[in-house]
Design a binder for this molecule. Structure first.
Ligand code: HPA
Length: 274
């Protein structure tokens, strides 16, 4: 058995039913997982070959169960480059979920707002990204069984899923921005000069996750919907310093809005057509 098969064997043995959708919960957004009915809880450390998160704001476990009646497999906490993990390790659970048979992946993250029209607590559908980490999870030998050596990123953020998210927001009166996410390594927040540069290049929000996961999902043909919660205005946008505490406070305060949106999206996701 290769490492994926070993991980899958353990995961399958612990899952109550075959999940349809994968969900990754970002910094401070973990409490949404409490909405999952009768969840099976699987700490990452109990899956062979899975790395464990070192970030104290991230629980580091899979929760499997029903959310809005849909069968979901939720990652409460993700792995980041700033923890010292290489990009391939970070995307291992994304590939696992694909091999497990999920049909679409919903990613969430906390991000700093660079677009002056944004405010803390706002939500943004990611339309595209700028990968400023300088790295790719696909570096090295290609895994031909997962996808091609050179793969397309044009539709990495699935247009049909973005449209569905817009319809879901219209239902529940949430304001939803659309924009470009700039992925950086961190863990330091950006300098004001970096933020000015990213804005000039077309960035709307900046964060320390997501881009590797989206690259790996596109490689293996997994449709992605990604939503940022703007937890703070990015460095230099306001005359005050940034803090990790502010990120968590905003995520706590506005987590309910994201939760409502996720539920509406799940309700609207089509049965077998994706
Ligand atoms: N920069 C980078 N990552 C972040 C930020 C930010 O301002 N806010 C939340 N995650």
């Amino acid at each position: 058995m290769n490492r994926f098969e070993q991980s899958l064997a353990e995961l399958r043995a612990r899952l109550p039913e075959q999940p349809e959708f994968g969900i990754v919960l970002g910094s401070g957004l973990g409490p949404i997982a409490q909405q999952i009915e009768n969840p099976s809880v699987i700490p990452y450390g109990e899956i062979p070959h899975m790395a464990v998160t070192t970030n104290e704001d991230h629980a580091g476990r899979f929760l499997a169960g029903r959310l809005s009646g849909r069968r979901v497999l939720c990652m409460q906490g993700r792995l980041h480059g700033y923890e010292g993990y290489d990009p391939e390790t970070i995307v291992y659970p994304i590939r696992l979920m694909k091999l497990l048979g999920i049909r679409a992946l919903l990613l969430t993250n906390a991000a700093g707002g660079m677009n002056p029209d944004f405010a803390p607590g706002d939500l943004m559908i990611i339309e595209d990204h700028l990968n400023f980490t300088g790295k790719s999870p696909l570096t090295g030998a290609n895994m031909d069984e997962l996808g091609p050596r050179f793969h397309d990123m044009t539709y990495a953020y699935d247009p049909a899923l973005r449209e569905l998210a817009d319809q879901a927001t219209a239902d529940c009166g949430i304001t939803l921005h659309h924009g470009v996410y700039v992925g950086v390594n961190g863990p330091q927040f950006e300098t004001p000069a970096e933020i000015r540069a990213y804005r000039l290049l077309g960035g709307d929000a900046v964060g320390m996750s997501t881009v590797f996961e989206v690259i790996a999902a596109a490689h293996c043909g997994l449709p992605v919907l990604a939503i940022s919660m703007i937890t703070n205005m990015a460095a230099g946008m306001l005359p005050k310093p940034l803090s990790g505490a502010e990120v968590n406070e905003t995520a706590d305060q506005h987590g309910g809005t994201l939760q409502t949106l996720i539920r509406r999206i799940l309700e609207r996701l089509p049965g077998q057509t994706l």
